[in-house]
Ligand binder design. Structure first.
Ligand code: URA
Length: 222
């Protein structure tokens, strides 16, 4: 009779323990040069069994100092918009495509610089590992950098809050990055961009609540 294999200890380790171990490995990451300028690796945060995972671009100045994702101005806007859309921010997993802050100096300020393709790809390992451990039902790219990694066929403005199927999660979708709202040229366009963002998040909340097996595409595209 063939010997019955015991499941590996690793596969039975709770998700929180796994995330903590991966976060420790990521803290020592040297897969690209961004670690040289960043204060620290900013790993994802949130419940290890979150239904929704949001993926941003990279930590900003505040996140780099505090070591937590989405704690600066864009994060503040995101958390407010989540609350308006009926999503408790404490129930979602927040992370970034790139885990180090890329910046250049302008006077006394550290100005955000977009990560290049090599840097994004170097970090992909950490994002894939987070997705594999958390297994979110709904995976959301915030902006083009995250979309290029989790939903490359999508265009952010054309496909915002449109559900796609993917090997990464039951539902994968995109919306704008909250910092694009902060960059809107005047208060009127900022208010409109914010309103559209909350509308996207409401749709995403509905996708996450839908009974499994029901076609999110059919329901959300109407
Ligand atoms: N912008 C991001 O993309 N991620 C953060 O964590 C903060 C700002």
């Amino acid at each position: 009779m063939p010997e019955r294999r015991r499941p590996s200890t690793k596969s039975r380790r709770p998700a929180r323990t796994l995330l903590t171990a991966v976060e420790r490995d990521a803290a020592a990451c040297r897969r690209c040069d961004l670690w040289k300028r960043g204060t620290q690796t900013v790993f994802g945060a949130g419940p290890p069994d979150a239904t929704i995972m949001f993926v941003g671009e990279q930590p900003g100045d505040a996140e780099d100092r505090e070591g937590e994702p989405f704690v600066g101005p864009a994060g503040h806007l995101l958390r407010e918009a989540l609350a308006e859309a009926g999503i408790d921010a404490d129930t979602v997993y927040l992370t970034n495509a790139v885990k180090h802050f890329k910046w250049r100096e302008r006077g006394k300020r550290r100005i955000h610089e977009r990560p290049n393709r090599v840097e994004v790809l170097a970090c992909r390992l950490w994002l894939d590992t987070e997705i594999a451990i958390v297994k979110p039902r709904v995976l959301v790219a915030l902006g083009a950098t995250a979309a290029s990694q989790i939903l490359p066929e999508a265009r952010v403005m054309r496909d915002r809050a449109k559900p796609f199927t993917s090997p990464l999660a039951e539902i994968v979708t995109v919306t704008v990055h909250p910092s694009s709202i902060l960059r809107a040229p005047d208060s009127q366009s900022r208010a409109e961009a914010r309103r559209q963002f909350v509308k996207d998040l409401r749709k995403i909340a509905r996708m996450a609540r839908q009974p499994r097996g029901r076609s999110a595409t059919a329901d959300e595209n109407g």
